[in-house]
Ligand binder design. Structure first.
Ligand code: NOJ
Length: 536
């Protein structure tokens, strides 16, 4: 790897909001660091690792849900959105994390879940105890069933996690009763956003956290809150009902145009906190429809998953970049880039696993950090962690495993805890026994093993993030494509940075310029396959 040249003065970012080009680090709290010894990561654990995150150079954290939850879906089933679960250290631990992160100039964004609550939320319990047609039921989506005695679900919608999206309740008098909608697990009843209580309560939740100092929110299923009138059947059932990522723009469960009014209302409130950001989880393919979510009066940012969906091929990657830029360009929004998160296979595994998977993942983080916009890094990606695909059946916790009738193993493989130090599991993650077993062969992947190793993936991330923050070569919010050999791509930022990706099978000559950083050392001026380089 080529040593970085002397670093010039920091880039002036004062002219644009911090989040437009921020590096966000996603913390999946259960798997990040455990301070209590119960085997499950928690917020004091995160606070203890802030020095590491500062060293890594990230601008902001996205903390996955830590609110009160029975954990039927890893915290995405929220029983009280304005309290922190004791599992994660309670409310005081969140306050401490916010303060400690801010003292290191790291922003903190929280994950809010507007589409549904837990079935243990007081509202849902009240709805079950109340009668059909009651105001309590109006906050959710209760319907009478179809068929004889209402024994069939109100429509044919499947749950994203497998099985039907409806569950029939037993009425307080003991008779079989109405059905409620849950696009995800049955423990996650969908809220009715046509009901005023729902929007008002969500506003209260946002204020509660913003007033405590959080810097914004990642909004879960941000394309799902509005449901179509009459809840029509899906004309074509998705081939794999339980595939989390199989998304079709015409799927009436999502992307209802009425959702934009909800985002406008959210934005209006968040604008009272000038530096705060909203980031929507938006699964939409069509560029125009995607762009609608990030119009000036809606979300600040929306996750674009095209890069995470692209194969490691120059054509696919280029296509993903072009589409991501085309989606946000017309509305002057900032693009976002992500290679993995807690719902999808880690990039090392997706790109083929083993040494090739790691080499490609290293190349792709350089490509990603060379692009204009905000970058999201999933905890552990900076260590080059792969998915663990041989977790024993009995430890699996993702509701997908049960709901799919054990046909889909779900997302636990990408949620295995982060290895920090030492030579044997649980690698300093906990003093107890980690909630998912960590493979013994991760000894070489720990933070400790990589921190001072110049050629490690962790060092590559650190150098890349630092250069991106400091060098003026990364200026400008456009890219220009460069000519490149078949199977490769190259682009240039207006500030002068050139990024080259070699996705072909042969070494390629590099364009003129000095190599600022490379994911694998160039030899004789040639970049090896499965590698990327930055030139200035
Ligand atoms: C998307 C989240 O990222 C995922 O983990 C969760 O299961 C669903 N939304 C439901 O909340």
């Amino acid at each position: 790897m080529t040593d970085a040249p002397a670093v010039p003065a920091p880039v002036d970012r004062t002219t644009q909001p911090w989040w437009r080009s921020a590096v966000f680090y996603q913390i999946y709290p259960r798997s990040f660091a455990d301070s209590s010894g119960d085997g499950i990561g928690d917020l004091p654990g995160v606070r203890d690792k802030l020095g590491y995150l500062e060293l890594l150079g990230v601008d902001a954290l996205w903390v996955c849900p830590v609110m009160r939850s029975p954990m039927a879906d890893g915290g995405y089933d929220v029983a009280d959105p304005r309290d922190i679960d004791q599992l994660f250290g309670g409310l005081a631990a969140m306050d401490e994390l916010i303060a400690a992160a801010h003292s290191r100039r790291i922003k903190v964004t929280m994950d809010l879940v507007p589409n549904h609550t837990s079935d243990q939320h007081p509202w849902f319990r009240a709805a079950l105890a109340a009668a059909a047609g009651s105001p309590e039921r109006e906050r959710y989506i209760f319907r009478d069933g179809r068929g004889l005695d209402g024994a069939e679900p109100p429509n044919n919608w499947p749950s994203i996690f497998g099985g039907p999206a409806w569950t029939r309740v037993t009425e307080p008098d003991g008779t079989p009763g109405q059905w409620y909608l849950h696009i995800f697990a049955r423990e996650q009843p969908d809220l009715n956003w046509d009901n005023d209580d729902v929007a008002a309560d969500f506003e209260q939740t946002m204020r509660f956290w913003l007033d405590r100092g959080v810097d914004g929110f990642r909004l879960d299923v941000a394309h799902g809150m509005a449901k179509p009138d009459g809840l029509p059947d899906l004309p074509d059932l998705p081939e794999v009902a339980s595939a989390l990522l199989a998304h079709d723009d015409d799927d009436v469960r999502f992307n209802n145009p009425a959702v934009h009014e909800i985002h406008r209302r959210i934005r209006k409130l968040v604008d009272e906190y000038p530096d705060a950001v909203t980031i929507g989880e938006v699964w939409v393919n069509d560029n125009t429809r995607f762009g609608e979510y990030v119009r000036a009066d809606e979300l600040h940012l929306a996750f674009n998953f095209r890069l995470a969906e692209a194969r490691f091929s120059a054509e696919d990657v280029r296509d993903a970049i072009d589409n991501s830029l085309a989606a946000v360009g017309p509305v002057f929004a900032s693009p976002t880039w992500t290679l993995s998160n807690h719902d999808i296979e880690r990039e090392v595994t997706r790109y083929g696993g083993g040494a090739v998977g790691v080499a490609r993942a290293r190349a792709m983080i350089l490509l990603e950090l060379a692009l204009p916009g905000a970058v999201f890094i999933y905890n552990g990606a900076e260590l080059g962690l792969p998915d663990v695909d041989d977790l024993p059946d009995q430890v699996l916790q993702d509701p997908v495993w049960e709901r799919s009738g054990h046909t889909e193993r779900g997302r636990d493989g990408c949620r295995v805890p982060v290895p920090w130090e030492g030579t044997a599991p649980p690698f300093g993650f906990t003093t107890g026994s980690s909630w998912l077993p960590i493979p013994p062969d991760w000894a070489g992947l720990t933070v400790e093993a990589q921190l001072e190793e110049l050629g490690s993936t962790l060092s590559l991330y650190r150098m890349a993030i630092e250069l991106r923050a400091l060098r003026p070569d990364f200026g400008g919010d456009r890219i220009e494509w460069y000519g490149s050999p078949p199977g490769c791509l190259a682009f240039r930022r207006p500030g002068g940075l050139v990024c080259v990706l070699n996705a072909s099978a042969a070494p390629i000559p590099l364009p003129p310029g000095d190599v600022l950083l490379a994911s694998a050392p160039p030899e004789g001026g040639r970049l090896p396959p499965n590698a990327a380089a930055w030139l200035v």
